[in-house]
Design a protein around this ligand. Sequence first.
Ligand SMILES: [Mg+2]
Length: 259
Amino acid sequence: MTNRQPPRARLTGAAGLFFDFDGTLAGIQEDPETVTPVSGVIPALTALAQRAKVVGIVSARPLSFLAEHFDEVPGLRLSGLYGLESSIAGERFTDPEAAGWEPAIREARERAQEELPGDVRIEDKRLALAIHYRSAPELRSGIEDWVSATAAATGLDVRIGRMVVELVPPVRRDKGSVVRSWCEGLDTAWYFGDDIGDRAAFEALAERQHDNPGFTAVRVAIVNSESEHGLAEQADVVLDAPSAVVGYIEDLLDVSRQG
Ligand SMILES: [Mg+2]
């Protein structure tokens, strides 16, 4: 089922559209490595990138993963690890403050491999270490304790996601910092997200709208069976699946073409 709602803003003027990846442009799966964008995402983003001023994806995934799936979309911006790595117009950047934390991430990975049970999945993203417990949700509190202790020992920060806890450089970046910088010069911006980490992006749009009354923000929440964090309450539009995001983009392109 898709709950198609008429878009409340149009692709006029300087528009930007920003997307989370997992749960927003792709379904959630047991093995994060096998996740791919849902059908229709690539052509929809390609059409959008020709019409809007800025189109970008901002994710907890490493940039290399995003590039593998989206390199074929011309002009699409990619931001990985919540903004620690990005690619704009084909040029790649690593946040200089975060780069120095690579050895601490390596140390945390070695500890994790020695100390954590085998049924959690350890993902080394170079500038972040993710501990996935989707296959063993009962381990959650033990993993959170281990992560807090490791953060204290290494100086890394903790970031909590859905069925995942991450150790990250203590550098203040989140999806909100990325969206804030990508909104420069825009009149209208959309952000599509499904998870707790997307709240910062919603807040960045709300702030910009508050500071610039001429700016229109559209916050789109994708809700699913694992949603538990009230993102929908902060949203202007609620969709029920990544396939509905594709429908929303198609409607937006159609409506804006007529308008
Ligand atoms: Mg997500």
